[in-house]
Design a protein. Structure first.
Length: 240
């Protein structure tokens, strides 16, 4: 089953971007009159008919709305340090999208080995993962930001402890509570995962001052990308 991402929906017409148009017309060889499934990336899935076979700017006509998938009851935001090996970070983004994630922010920490990412490439990966898993919600990928700046910009958004959950995961201290034992479903979840060298004690202290709880994902020491997936999956499992 194919699923396409609309770049715009207006007056019962669906416009595909250049990448999606190329895939639809040039690769999949669709023609006028063919019926396709399309999503707006914000929860809506539609059936549409091709009316313009332009391989750079394909246009479709809405036939029917198949469903409108509501957003998850738990909004999950993962702030994670990009790995030195981008293949591993890309793998994490792909799997996080398949499992279910709303926002991803690459954070630059004191021990980070990478501070830059190729946003265009990673956004294409997120679109492909969303389509492959037949999801209708496209995660938001933010630009990299320094760890302290991220805390300053976001911690105040998650101030209501009754509705929100903030956690930082690290290996600097033994005997931390486990995420699976502590977490109760909340409306907003913000998770912090550091680089391969872990957060510094200064960064951990700063996060705790902002209301983040230090937690563990288990006894094993996990790679950054593995920790991201385990944390997201645990949250989704306990939320559903």
């Amino acid at each position: 089953m194919e699923l396409y991402l609309a770049s715009k929906i207006e007056n019962e017409q669906i416009f595909l971007g250049e990448e999606e148009s190329h895939h639809c017309i040039q690769v999949m060889r669709h023609h006028a009159g063919d019926l396709l499934e399309v999503t707006d990336g914000r929860g809506k899935k539609l059936t549409a008919s091709v009316i313009n076979e332009n391989r750079r700017a394909c246009v479709l006509e809405v036939v029917e709305v198949i469903e409108t998938v509501p957003g998850s009851n738990t909004h999950v935001h993962l702030a994670i340090a990009p790995t030195k090996n981008m293949d591993r970070f890309e793998w994490m983004l792909e799997k996080a999208t398949e499992i279910g994630i709303d926002e991803i922010t690459p954070i630059v920490c004191q021990r980070s080995e990478r501070s830059q990412i190729k946003s265009d490439r990673l956004n294409k990966l997120l679109v492909a993962a969303m389509k492959q898993s037949l999801r209708c919600w496209l995660p938001v990928l933010h630009q990299p930001i320094k760890f302290a700046d991220f805390l300053s910009n976001n911690a105040s958004i998650y101030t209501d402890d009754q509705e929100n959950f903030k956690a930082i995961f690290h290996c600097q201290q033994k005997g931390l509570p486990l995420l699976k034992q502590i977490f109760q479903p909340k409306k907003k979840v913000l998770l912090l995962i550091g680089p391969e060298g872990d957060f510094t004690m200064e960064e951990i202290r700063l996060a705790e001052e902002k209301g983040f709880q230090a937690l563990s994902l288990g006894n094993a020491r996990l790679r950054t990308e593995t920790a991201g997936i385990v944390a997201i999956h645990t949250i989704q499992l306990l939320s559903n």
